[in-house]
Design a protein around this ligand. Structure first.
Ligand code: ADP
Ligand code: MG
Length: 569
């Protein structure tokens, strides 16, 4: 027969789906619309999960959390203009926190954008993204898509991890190619993550300094948790008897309640240690920039993949630049137990202080045990033993007082099981992070949220329900930002800027999406609700009624306000 033969054809959308598959992406988080809807279907067609959200920022928080937990870039997909910008907030936050992620946004034809022709959703997204991401690529042709995806992956995970943007233009997505030509473009990048070792001289210098310390300590940051080098860190600490102090998302990398944990001795470490080895943390605002409260004669060893992190706020005596897994291999090979000069009194003093602080803390919880209506400590006193006896649950935590008090109270015993507002101390990471954590790990997740914090992402509780994730969201409702008491000002009858709704029934919001919900007013009710929720492994929401006056303005960081808050003290 003489049937004419036409070559089979595919579009840029198909090439994108295949390119993502080729680099090993398992999940895409996003929110569809023109021009990415069909691409999302094609992504599902490749066997990649597409987790659809209600707001792009939360899809981005999910991608970032996935990136933090897996060491592979989390992928966010959005539409153009506002969808792009909503997502970009999460990508910028990921970059600041060194989480690897890739934001792919549909974009108008750049030829029309450049000529300001007023095309649909016109915005120069490429240049808007550039200043807040680690790298940016624009695909104007379908042929460029595989290379953009591979390079975005490399950029996201290599060196200091971060957020990468791909401007996926409508012409590229819609471009038709012969399948045979398209297949030739698709390739599997070789050695897509390639760690670089530090130089031996820097390792020797660090070993010498650490071994000479009388009062050494190790400061663990979320970079150390991210790097997935748990055994090496454990060996360094336990074999050489070095006390450790974790930053909030490094909690659990070594057990918070372990014998060498100096979690309750932060000030003592800052003031009295003579050598501090910083592993995957930055001497930024959270650590008083390494000054002020710190012993001015402190000698720092710093392990970081980013050379520009060295000497940022204080001189680093022994910088070790390179992948920290390789750095620790080299350090462990050189550091002998016999060479350590630690003063045994240093360790026993830290242990005595820890014991004393624990007694004080238990007394504080006991004092608030029966407070009615409940305050933060009453509620957290109930939550603490339940979560600590379920160590494999991932804890997501945001709020002001809810964040501060939960972080202090709940001991973590496994690495990468605590996800919080991190470096920018932002609110509005909750529901997205919960979904990213549950999807990426397959584990159960509990979120402890302030009522204000929950408000930023609350609608994406529906995503938890749609994907039937084993997640419990606990909302500590004190009816406001910081607290719900507000301060009436003479010229208005409007609610105070800090006032939300002490009578809000967040449980009913959960009901709308078919979750198992609870409204609790007493410690006994909270205990029952949380225990049942965890056992159910289903989407659950618990609205915890607190007193409106529980919690202080700005939580623990009121000092960051431009001046003391005169009217509302
Ligand atoms: P924290 O907030 O817990 O103090 P930061 O986010 O400030 O943590 O610091 C994390 C640090 O870890 C960053 O400086 C980053 O460059 C570094 N880092 C991340 N991954 C690696 C790695 N694989 N090897 C070395 N350093 C890393
Ligand atoms: Mg509140």
């Amino acid at each position: 027969t003489n049937t004419p033969h036409y070559p089979e054809q595919v579009t840029g959308m198909y090439i994108l789906a295949r390119a993502l598959k080729n680099v090993g992406i398992e999940t895409v988080y996003g929110l569809v619309g023109i021009p990415i809807t069909e691409a999302a279907y094609m992504i599902q067609g490749q066997g990649i999960r597409f987790v659809g959200f209600r707001h792009e920022q939360q899809a981005g928080m999910a991608a970032a959390t996935d990136g933090f937990l897996t060491k592979k870039p989390g992928v966010l997909m959005t539409v153009s203009s506002l969808g792009f910008m909503n997502g970009l907030t999460a990508t910028a936050n990921a970059t600041v926190n060194c989480y690897p992620m890739i934001q792919i946004s549909g974009a108008s034809d750049p030829a029309m954008v450049d000529m300001n022709m007023g095309t649909y959703e016109q915005l120069d997204q490429f240049n808007t993204a550039k200043p807040v991401v680690k790298a940016a690529f624009r695909c104007s042709k379908a042929e460029d898509i595989p290379s953009a995806v591979a390079r975005a992956y490399r950029a996201a995970v290599s060196g200091r991890p971060g957020g990468v943007y791909i401007d996926m233009t409508t012409p590229a997505l819609g471009q038709v190619m012969n399948r045979e030509d398209a297949e030739k473009l698709l390739y599997q990048p070789v050695d897509i993550y390639s760690p670089v070792a530090p130089n031996q001289e820097s390792v020797d210098r660090a070993v010498k300094l650490l071994a000479s310390a009388k009062r050494p300590a190790i400061l663990l940051g979320k970079g150390a948790a991210y790097a997935q080098i748990d055994d090496k860190i454990k060996t360094l600490i336990e074999k050489h008897n070095i006390p450790y102090l974790p930053m909030s998302m490094a909690k659990g990398l070594m057990p918070d309640a372990g014998p060498l944990s100096a979690l309750s001795c932060r000030s003592t470490i800052m003031q009295k240690a003579d050598v501090v080895m910083i592993i995957g943390a930055r001497l930024n605002w959270m650590l008083s920039f390494g000054k002020g409260k710190w012993n001015p004669d402190m000698k720092f060893i710093q392990l970081d993949v980013e050379p520009q992190e060295m000497d940022v706020n204080v001189p680093i005596a022994a910088p070790v630049v390179g992948d920290m897994g390789l750095a620790l291999d080299a350090i462990l090979a050189k550091l002998s137990v016999a060479s350590m000069s630690t003063d045994p009194a240093w360790l026993s003093a830290l242990q005595a202080e820890t014991k004393e602080k624990n007694v004080k803390f238990q007394a504080r919880l006991a004092a608030n045990k029966g407070t009615m209506p409940m305050d933060h400590w009453t509620a957290i006193g109930i939550i603490k033993p339940i979560l600590e006896s379920n160590p494999d649950i991932i804890l997501v935590n945001e709020g002001a007082n809810t964040l501060d008090d939960t972080r202090v109270a709940i001991d973590m015993s496994l690495p990468r099981h605590r996800i919080d507002c991190a470096t920018w101390a932002i609110m509005g990471m909750g529901m997205g992070s919960v979904v990213g954590a549950a999807v990426a790990s397959g584990k159960q997740v509990v979120a402890i949220e302030g009522d204000s914090a929950f408000g930023f992402s609350g609608m994406d509780f529906s995503t938890i329900c749609r994907f039937n994730l084993p997640v419990t969201v606990v909302i500590l409702n004190n009816g406001g930002i910081y607290n719900g008491i507000g301060v009436p000002m003479d010229k208005t009858s409007d609610p105070a800027p800090t006032t939300l709704d002490i009578n809000a029934r967040y449980d009913k919001l959960g009901e709308a999406f078919g979750a198992q919900t609870y409204y609790v007013q007493t410690p006994e009710e909270l205990k029952k609700a949380l225990t049942e929720s965890i056992a159910s492994k289903k989407p659950c929401l618990i609205d915890v009624q607190l007193a409106a006056d529980s919690g202080k303005e700005s939580g623990h960081i009121g000092y960051l306000n431009p001046a003391p808050l005169q009217n509302i003290t």
